[in-house]
Design a protein around this ligand. Structure first.
Ligand SMILES: Cc1ncc(COP(=O)(O)O)c(C=O)c1O
Length: 447
């Protein structure tokens, strides 16, 4: 039984007095490095609806940056958390044993998008999962070099930041932020193809820079530990590569005995209509990293590797809080709900949403491209469809206009709106999101 209205509902002007007071206090004591766009202060959430501290209700198509996969406070996830919290909160899986962590590793071994058994390393965040993957790749191959992609986001700790090449502000002021031995290559950005091909005729020629330049002039292939790639680029603008991009990367890594690490932190856990986004591309990686949606909002990061790859000695890598038992319990409930119904719902409602947004594209010249899979959808705004000049200021205004109408969304890349709602989103709610976007884009476009 839902207790929140199922469509946006306002009690005050935005932000209301309670939100204003909290934001004022935040401004004095919380790190100013956070990039808050609009003044939303949550009081409670339920499914895909959230209520702010002034009683205003919003439809959430941001999900805490693609995290609340089962919706806000799904009763079965909350029950699993409460049950586990009543038994024990922490024991440290690095020095002791507990069953929920073993069970989660078993579930991931069965579900992971690679052949044969796998093993899992547990941390607390996406960055920590990628740190583990970087270290494991170097350890297991005994090779130093890593390749990642321009526009990618893999986290902000120093190792993960070496791979991240999303926005220069994430590196500026922090000194040398690329660890020695990390190189970047162009990603498949089909709407702005770096080699000016169209997806139907392409053989992922954008990878020629990697193959003919990076791996000739900079990296000896026999020293390449791994290629790290997002199956669908998230922070970079919700970019969906053609399958041949990932297939060519797999072939390349196999040719040189390197590992393929797929970062499923944002695209994974059912968001795209498959449990792992890489399953859309017919490729099996060696290591997959997960976080965000895996535990519905509790902190958990996981690096899962083919069993033969994850062979490192005791003490080589660990994390005190990693794989916290309460987070593991939340993840087990989350994955069960995803597999029972929510992955299928993401495919169904995602298809409906994508169709509705393509209708909007026919109506609004400001929309240059609509792309995505399942409930991972990007809407790229341009000032001119021929020149594709990026409509960055307009994108920011659309996000604000949507907020003013009760829809929470975020930007991604320089001029793209991302839709990453909870996977419980209904068709009726998707319709509301489409209508609010229609109005918001109309206002910004001036018609
Ligand atoms: C693809 C991807 N990898 C890694 C990360 C880092 O995750 P976290 O912020 O939990 O460290 C993110 C965060 O947005 C991400 O989108």
């Amino acid at each position: 039984m839902s207790t929140l209205p199922q469509s946006p509902h306002f009690r005050t002007a935005l932000p209301g007095p309670n939100a204003r007071a909290i934001i004022e206090r935040d401004g004095h004591v919380v790190s100013p490095s956070y990039t808050r766009g609009y003044p939303f202060v949550i009081a409670r959430g339920e499914g895909a609806m959230v209520e702010d501290v002034d009683g205003n209700v919003f439809l959430d198509c941001a999900a805490g940056i693609a995290v609340n996969s089962t919706g806000h406070s799904h009763p079965e996830v909350v029950a699993a958390i409460v049950e586990q919290a009543g038994r024990y909160l922490h024991m440290s899986g690095t020095d002791f044993y507990y069953e929920p962590q073993v069970r989660l590793a078993e579930v991931l071994s069965a579900a992971a998008p690679m052949p044969g058994p796998s093993r899992s390393f547990f941390g607390n965040s996406g960055a920590e999962a990628n740190e583990a993957a970087i270290k494991l790749a170097r350890y297991s191959t005994k090779r130093p070099f890593l390749v990642a992609f321009l526009g990618s986001f893999h986290g902000r700790t120093m190792g993960a930041l070496s791979l991240t090449a999303s926005r220069s502000v994430q590196r500026k002021g922090f000194g040398a932020t690329t660890a020695p031995g990390v190189f970047h290559a162009p990603y498949a950005e089909c709407y702005r193809c770096p080699v000016r091909l169209t997806p139907d005729s392409c053989q992922a020629e954008c990878l020629e820079y990697l193959e003919d330049k990076v791996m000739v002039h900079l990296v000896s292939p026999d020293e390449l530990a791994a290629i790290v790639v997002e199956p669908i680029q998230g922070e970079g603008g919700y970019l969906v590569p053609p399958p041949q991009f990932h297939q060519r990367l797999r072939a390349l890594t196999q040719q040189y005995g390197s590992l393929l690490i797929v970062d499923e932190v944002q695209a994974g856990m059912g968001r795209t209509g498959k449990l792992f986004a890489i399953e859309h591309f017919g490729v099996q990686p060696d290591i997959v990293t997960m976080a965000k949606g895996i535990a519905s909002g509790l902190p958990l990061g996981v690096a899962t590797a083919r069993a033969g790859v994850m062979e490192w000695t005791p003490g080589a890598h660990a994390s005190t809080f990693g794989g916290n038992p309460v987070s593991c319990a939340a993840a087990l409930a989350t994955i069960r709900l995803l597999q029972e119904q929510l992955v299928a719902n993401a495919a169904d409602v995602g298809g409906y949403l994508l169709d509705g947004l393509r209708d909007l594209q026919r109506k609004h010249a400001l929309i240059g491209d609509v792309r995505g899979k399942g409930l991972m959808i990007g809407i790229e705004l341009v000032r001119d469809r021929t020149t594709k000049v990026r409509a960055t200021a307009e994108r920011d205004r659309v996000v604000d206009e949507a907020f003013a109408r009760g829809l929470l969304i975020l930007g991604a890349g320089r001029n793209t709106i991302r839709l990453s709602p909870p996977l419980v989103l209904t068709r009726a709610q998707a319709r509301i999101a489409i209508d609010i976007l229609d109005q918001s884009i109309g206002v910004v476009a001036g018609h």
